[in-house]
Structure formats: C-alpha cells, structure tokens
Design a protein around this ligand. Structure first.
Ligand SMILES: [Zn+2]
Length: 287
C-alpha cells in the first residue's frame, strides 16, 4: 500500500529572517509556485532545478553577498574576458565596490535581487526589512517573484554568465571590427528589460493587466534599465520571436546590445541576428 504524497514544490523557499516573517515566507512560496511555470512559458527559458528563494535579514544579505562577491572575484581572477586582476589592491578595491552595492540595496529598500552564493547556486534573496518598509501587497509580491525568477532563467540560459556580466566591476565590452576601444555591453539594460517584460507578461496572464512598480519600491538602478529596456525587449521579441531572441543568452559577450545600440533596437537586431535569422524576420514582418 502506498501513501499518496503531495507533489514536490517547484521552488525551494527558505524563510531565514526570523519567526516574524513566517507569513511572508508562506506567501512568497505560494506566489513562486504560480509564477515559476508561467515564467518558463512566457520567456521560453527553463528555470534552474528547484529555484531557491531565501527571505533574509539585512545582515544575512550582506554576508551572503560578500561570500558571493569574493567567490566571483576569485573565479574571474585572471580571466575576466581579457581583463586581468593583477594585485591585491585591485582585488580589494573591487570587493569594496561590490560591498557598497549590497549596502545600497538595503539603504534604498530594494525588495529582492538574484545572485549566486559562494557555491555558485543561483538564488533569489528577498530582503525582509524592505518588504516591511514597502508594505507589499500581494500583486507586488507576485510581480517581484516573477521578475526575480526570470533572472534565474537568464542565469541558466547564459550558462551561469548573466550575473558575472551584470556584477563584474570590469565592464565587459565588445570590440567590433575596426573599433579602437571596447564598447561597454548594456548588460543591466538587457537583463532588467527582459525581466520587466517577463514580469508584465506573467501578471497580465494572472491579473488581466501588468503590475508596475510600487511608488515606494522602485528599483535602485536607473529607471531606463527597466522601462526603456522593457520596451527594447518587447520590440525585439515582436520582430524576432522568443526562440530567436533567446539565442542572445548563451552568447552574451557577442550578442548583448552595447551602449550605442540601446536606442536603436533595429541596429542591434541587424548586428546580432540578421545573418542567421532572415526567415524569422520575414515571417514576423508578414505575420
Ligand atoms: Zn531585476
């Protein structure tokens, strides 16, 4: 005789911020179960197996981020796509910059962000104090969960490179033929634009309309990475289709839009896709 078992949750949610936040952990777990399959559906990307979401205190966030930053810098040391971390002074300066970024997340009441831990497991950290500050309602929590899960899907699709790209202090750049200097990749523009596009798709499916940012919980980065990036991604997916658009992820170094292309999605598509996707473009134009 077998005992019926409830199915394993899609996501692993750890509530680590103390008993005051148990109800928040339960709400986030419920949102994650609904949002995870929809994120995969709208983006056409797979999530990592059992996506991890942790609800953390400010102190845990700082400690986790420091572990991650140290691990990332060691990993990229001497690699960094052509840049070299040559001495301890430079290493320490980079770590200080990344530490400041983590402090800024708390100071600006950022709700959540996606990262790796020191063992390179991708995850979403939800900052409990920021949720309390923002007084997040259900719709905002759902939007946040969908948005951050999309970052985990980007991570998987980019073979683990997406966070290195957005977090490295070395400004990965492309060097187009004939260019004297590398041109900086517009990494946050692409990642945040895509995650914003996806969270709007998911909330539209569930609520009938997209959920925007709450006024007191706007992300700390420049709004254009989210708003303009979303418009950029929306236009690209409308022209290319999701499948062709998603070929950007395994080739971020070459296919990520650069800073000069963020205001001209057509120029980016011509450079990144036209040689291999003319039939798709034609089909989109005719359809
Ligand atoms: Zn984001």
């Amino acid at each position: 005789m077998t005992t019926p078992q409830s199915p394993e949750p899609v996501c692993e949610v750890r509530q680590e911020a103390g008993p005051d936040h148990d109800a928040l952990g339960t709400r986030i777990a419920a949102h994650a179960e609904i949002a995870a399959p929809l994120v995969e559906e709208v983006t056409g990307l797979r999530l990592p197996r059992r996506p991890l979401i942790r609800i953390v205190t400010d102190q845990d966030l700082l400690a986790s981020d420091r572990e991650y930053s140290t691990g990332m810098l060691h990993r990229l040391r001497g690699e960094a796509y052509g840049f070299q971390l040559i001495d301890e002074t430079e290493f320490s300066a980079a770590l200080t910059t990344l530490d400041q970024g983590a402090h800024d997340l708390i100071a600006k009441h950022n709700i959540a962000f996606a990262c790796e831990d020191a063992r390179m497991r991708p995850q979403v950290l939800v900052i409990a104090s920021s949720v309390v500050y923002a007084g997040h309602g259900s719709e905002q929590l759902l939007r946040t969960v969908a948005h951050e899960l999309t970052h985990l899907a980007q991570y998987r699709a980019s073979k683990g490179r997406a966070f290195d790209f957005s977090n490295t202090p070395y400004g990965y750049g492309q060097r187009p033929p004939g260019a004297a200097q590398p041109i900086a990749c517009a990494t946050s523009f692409l990642l945040e634009g895509h995650a914003t596009w996806a969270d709007r798709q998911v909330t539209t499916k569930l609520l009938g309309q997209p959920v925007g940012w709450a006024d007191n919980a706007r992300p700390p980065q420049t709004p254009c990475a989210y708003e303009d990036g979303c418009a950029f991604v929306e236009a690209a997916i409308a022209a290319l289709g999701v499948t062709t658009f998603n070929t950007v992820w395994p080739s971020l170094l070459h296919l990520c839009p650069n800073m000069t292309e963020t205001e001209d999605v057509s120029a980016w598509m011509r450079r990144a896709f036209l040689p291999t996707s003319t039939p798709t473009l034609h089909a989109a134009a005719q359809g």
